[in-house]
Design a binder for this molecule. Structure first.
Ligand SMILES: Nc1nc2c(ncn2[C@@H]2O[C@H](COP(=O)(O)OP(=O)(O)OP(=O)(O)O)[C@@H](O)[C@H]2O)c(=O)[nH]1
Ligand SMILES: [Mg+2]
Length: 365
C-alpha cells in the first residue's frame, strides 16, 4: 500500500485500521508505505507511532515535494509485487483493496483502477464546480486511455508495469501517467464510492489545474498518435476528393445529371469511401455502422458548411486586409480554399475522433 500524505494526521489511524481489517483474512497481510512530506500537522510523527505496532514503513521527505514523486518513491521502497496507491483522506474505500488486488493476483489484469465512472461507482455529493472541473479534466484525458476514470488516485498495479519505465512526476495524476506509459496488456476498473475527505484540507488549487493541462499535453506528445492518425485521415480525404471529382464529371458528362444533383451524389460516394477507410484503417473501429455512418456524413456536411464560411471570410475579409494584389481573384480563391480545407479537415478529424469513433479513441488504440 503506497500512501502519500500531507497534513493527514486526523485520517491516519482510521485509514490504517481499515486497511489492515480489510486485508486481514487474505494472505500475509499488507505492507503500508507512507510517504510524508514533513507535514506541519505532525502526520509523520503519527505514522512513526503507528509503525511501531503495524507493518508500516515511513518515508520522511524534507518538504512538500509533490504527490507523484511521493508515489514513485513509495514504489521504490515497497517490497511487494502488487502495489496499491491510495489517498490518505479516506476518500477511497480500503474495503475495495482485496477485490482490486485479486484481479492482479489472478492474472486478469496488470493494472486495476478504482473507478467512480463505471456502473456501481459513485461520488459523494460534489458541488457543481468540482464536477465540472473533473468532467473537463477527464475529457482531456479521453484520447489517452479507454479507462473511464483515468483521474482516479486509487489504483493497483503489478510492479512490472512501472519497472524500467521513465515516469515523469510533473503531474498530480500519477495514475494517468502510468496508464499512458506503463507496461501492461490488461487494465480493469473496479467500481468504488468516492467519499469526501474525512478531515483536513484539500491540496487542490488553480496551479494544480494548470499543471494538469501541461501534464496531459506532454502525454499527448508522448503518444504521438494524433499526428499519425490525422495524416491517415487527411490522406484518405485526398483520395476522397479525387473520387468526388471523378463522380461529378462522369455524372454530368456521361449521364447528363443536373450538376447540383451530381455534386450531391459525388459528395455521398466520396464520403462513403472516406468513411469505410477511416473506419477500417485510421480508427480501426468495431463500432456499429448504422450509427457511425450517419454520424460521419453529418460531420462531413457540417464540415462543408464550415468550408463555405471560412472560404467566404478569407476571400472577403482576411486576405484583402493582408494587401495581396486584388486583380488575381482566382488565385485568392484557391489560396483561401487550401486554408479552408486544412481547417475543415482538422474539424472533421476531431469531430470524428471524439464522436463518430469516440469509443475507439477511448480505447487508446
Ligand atoms: N507526500 C505528499 N502527499 C501529498 C502531496 N499533495 C497531496 N498529497 C496527498 O495525496 C493525497 C491526495 O491529495 P488530496 O488533497 O486529497 O487531493 P484530492 O483528493 O484531489 O482533493 P480532496 O479530496 O478534495 O482533498 C492525499 O493523501 C494527500 O495527503 C504532496 O505534495 N506530498
Ligand atoms: Mg482527496
Amino acid at each position: 500500500m503506497i500512501i502519500p500524505t500531507y497534513n493527514e494526521k486526523d485520517n491516519l489511524d482510521e485509514l490504517v485500521q481499515r486497511i489492515f481489517r480489510s486485508l486481514s483474512s487474505s494472505g500475509p497481510g499488507p505492507e503500508i508505505v507512507i510517504i510524508d512530506d514533513n507535514s506541519p500537522d505532525g502526520t509523520g510523527a503519527r505514522a512513526d507511532e503507528l509503525a511501531k505496532t503495524h507493518n508500516i514503513k515511513v518515508l520522511h521527505r524534507s518538504g512538500k515535494l509533490g504527490l507523484s514523486s511521493a508515489v514513485m518513491e513509495g514504489f521504490a521502497a515497497a517490497s511487494g509485487d502488487i502495489l496499491v496507491v491510495m489517498d490518505a483522506d479516506l476518500s477511497h474505500p480500503p474495503e475495495k483493496i482485496p477485490e482490486m488486488a485479486r484481479q492482479i493476483a489472478d492474472g486478469k489484469a496488470e493494472m486495476v483502477v478504482g473507478s467512480r465512472h463505471v456502473p456501481g461507482g459513485s461520488i459523494e455529493n460534489w458541488p457543481f464546480y468540482r464536477k465540472l472541473v473533473s468532467k473537463g479534466a477527464t475529457l482531456l484525458a479521453r484520447p489517452l486511455t479507454k479507462v473511464k476514470d483515468p483521474m482516479s488516485g486509487f489504483f493497483a498495479i503489478k510492479r512490472s508495469v512501472v519497472e524500467g519505465v521513465k515516469l515523469d512526476p510533473v503531474g498530480y495524476k500519477i495514475g494517468l501517467e502510468i496508464l499512458v506509459k506503463g507496461k501492461y496488456s490488461n487494465v480493469v476498473e473496479v467500481p468504488i464510492h468516492f467519499a469526501n475527505r474525512k478531515a483536513g484540507q484539500s491540496k487542490l488549487g488553480g496551479a494544480v489545474m494548470l499543471r494538469y493541462i501541461d501534464h496531459v499535453t506532454t502525454l499527448y506528445e508522448h503518444k504521438r498518435f494524433w499526428l499519425a492518425k490525422y495524416l491517415k485521415f487527411a490522406f484518405i480525404g485526398g483520395i476522397g476528393a479525387v473520387i468526388n471529382l471523378l463522380v461529378l464529371w462522369t455524372s454530368v458528362e456521361v449521364f447528363n445529371v443536373y450538376y447540383l444533383w451530381a455534386a450531391v451524389l459525388a459528395f455521398v460516394i466520396a464520403d462513403t469511401n472516406n468513411f469505410i477507410w477511416n473506419r477500417l484503417w485510421t480508427f480501426k473501429s468495431k463500432g456499429k455502422i448504422r450509427f457511425q455512418y450517419p454520424q460521419f456524413l453529418l460531420v462531413s456536411a457540417d464540415g462543408l458548411m464550415l468550408n463555405l464560411i471560412i472560404l467566404w471570410a478569407l476571400v472577403e475579409q482576411i486576405l484583402p486586409d493582408l494587401g495581396l494584389p486584388q486583380d488575381r481573384a482566382s488565385f485568392y480563391i484557391v489560396i483561401a480554399q487550401v486554408i479552408a480545407i486544412f481547417l475543415v479537415s482538422i474539424f472533421n478529424f476531431i469531430a470524428n475522433s471524439l464522436w463518430t469513433f469516440g469509443e475507439d479513441v477511448r480505447r487508446g488504440k
